[in-house]
Design a protein around this ligand. Sequence first.
Ligand SMILES: NC(=O)c1ccc[n+]([C@@H]2O[C@H](COP(=O)([O-])OP(=O)(O)OC[C@H]3O[C@@H](n4cnc5c(N)ncnc54)[C@H](O)[C@@H]3O)[C@@H](O)[C@H]2O)c1
Length: 364
Amino acid sequence: MKLLVKTKDKTYPIYFGENNCFKINKILKRNNINPNKLMVIYDKNIPKKIISKFKNRIKKNENIFLGVKFNEKVKNLNTVKKILNILGKNNFSRNDYVISMGGGIAGDICAFAASIYKRGLKFVNIPTTLLSQVDSSIGGKTGVNNFLGKNMIGTFCQPDAVVVDIIFLNSLPKREMICGYAEILKHSLISDKKFFVFLKNNFKSILNLKKKIIKKTIFSSCKIKRTIVEKDERESSLRKTLNYGHTFAHAFESSLGYTNRLNHGEAVLLGILAASKFSNKENLLPKDELRLIENHLGELKYNNLKLFFKKKNIKKILDFMIKDKKNNSKNINLILLKRIAKPVLNNTYSKIKLKKFLSSLIDK
Ligand SMILES: NC(=O)c1ccc[n+]([C@@H]2O[C@H](COP(=O)([O-])OP(=O)(O)OC[C@H]3O[C@@H](n4cnc5c(N)ncnc54)[C@H](O)[C@@H]3O)[C@@H](O)[C@H]2O)c1
């Protein structure tokens, strides 16, 4: 199965399958990718068996393999510099390729390095987490963190090809599956009610990796993101809807200091809960649809903010919401839902209003 992403800069394929990463040579050839040199940067948490099989299958030319223990702490300019130095020392030219094999962190760093080396090297992404397969590998956002915050330095640069292979999910921790599921759920809520109902009926099979269901889910989710990115590559309007629940989510995870108690995907589920409840409070999302969303979040065990936050956290949450890089003013910008699959943009709310709202969820 294949999807094409058509952006102003380029059109590129996303290949879907099982064990298709080992057909990398065929994929490169089919896309007229014929580099002299390849640098494959992989996440060290991927099973060694997969890495060595991949090494054996890839075109025999001047290949460099670099294994990295990717995490948010190494998502910075030092890692980018390391990659650029290796590319430079090995005389990589603009026709050579960087291949990222890893989650969203690996993809964001490698794509950023590829986009700035000699003003742009070719790039293939092999996403290995559910989140990166359904979300971060599509759309061309690249970047790293700095002292000001997450993803503060980056570029828009579309890959040349993406290879989504479900074999990587077998070794993925269950909590990481939830992270990916949160983004899939968000995609359904902002654009496809039928898909939302499918998720509600099949979430257990998805999280347990039932092949037919997980394949369908990944494909449908990518299709949604593809359509949005094609219409608004640079996030001037429609693409902002992908931030549904995320202003709350970023503030939730930041206010707890990014602890293991609440990871990003879990924060997104709570963010979806808060954004949906707030949409209803603002007389947008009807009560029956809010109930559907709340019930599903309950099935996933993320329908109660009180389990994670206390009254004393509210001030910090609000401070982080104000600081969100998507805000231009002192007010807080939120993506809300008028109905499931009908998002509304450009709603700004005062800190006082949101304080009252958060208090009603956390402090009662
Ligand atoms: N560019 C975008 O549009 C975009 C969109 C959403 C998120 N992001 C970024 O993506 C990042 C999060 O991505 P993520 O959730 O994939 O996190 P991640 O890359 O940290 O991966 C999660 C964990 O899974 C491990 N891992 C990766 N593949 C594995 C495998 N096959 N088996 C076992 N373990 C494996 C990693 O080592 C890591 O510990 C964040 O930095 C976020 O900013 C980018």
